[in-house]
Design a protein around this ligand. Structure first.
Ligand SMILES: O=c1ccn([C@H]2C[C@H](O)[C@@H](COP(=O)(O)OP(=O)(O)OP(=O)(O)O)O2)c(=O)[nH]1
Ligand SMILES: [Mg+2]
Length: 153
């Protein structure tokens, strides 16, 4: 396991007070659960997306890292509560409030309570590309085949 320190600013005093600072739920969990720093319950209508503050700001400060915000599988599968942006990408130089775009993709309204764990943050390595323009590629076995060209079985 690799571990880094991560600078975090607590923007909502309930974090570290009535709600714990994000932590890994089990010894090998990859994600830190983020909470909804809401003042009141939030009802998400079917199809609605709302930007929810996490109450935190992070500064990764290392161009070799980023963070991803991912849905929680239970909320996503059982209740259709996923992310309005698919996946949130947090750049290493971002210092603003960490926000979670919560999207109710289901046909049923869903209520998020203040302090609910709504998404998870995963720190990831980044390899940045230096683009090299070429006229042709050395041909690979796959070539231009894609989008299911290998079939299903
Ligand atoms: O779910 C998310 C996604 C992004 N961000 C913050 C961190 C990220 O570094 C910044 C910009 O995100 P991104 O580059 O994905 O959005 P953009 O629409 O391209 O905005 P920008 O023009 O600011 O880069 O917004 C969040 O707080 N939550
Ligand atoms: Mg951007």
């Amino acid at each position: 396991m690799s571990q880094r320190t991560l600078q975090v600013r607590v923007l909502d005093a309930r974090i570290g007070g009535e709600w714990p600072l994000p932590d890994y739920a089990t010894a090998h969990s990859a994600g830190l659960d983020l909470r909804a720093a809401l003042d009141a319950p939030l009802e998400l209508a079917p199809g609605q997306a709302v930007l929810v503050p996490s109450g935190l700001a992070i500064h990764i400060g290392d161009p070799g890292l980023c963070a991803l915000i991912l849905p929680r599988s239970g909320l996503g599968h059982k209740h259709g509560i996923v992310l309005g942006n698919g996946t949130g990408l947090i750049d290493a130089d971002y210092q603003g409030p960490l926000m979670v775009s919560l999207w109710n993709r289901s046909a049923t309204a869903f209520t998020v309570e203040p302090g609910d764990r709504i998404a998870q943050l995963v720190l990831m390595p980044v390899v940045r590309a230096a683009l090299q323009v070429v006229d042709t590629f050395e041909e690979s076995a796959r070539g231009q085949g894609g989008f299911g060209h290998t079939g299903v079985r």
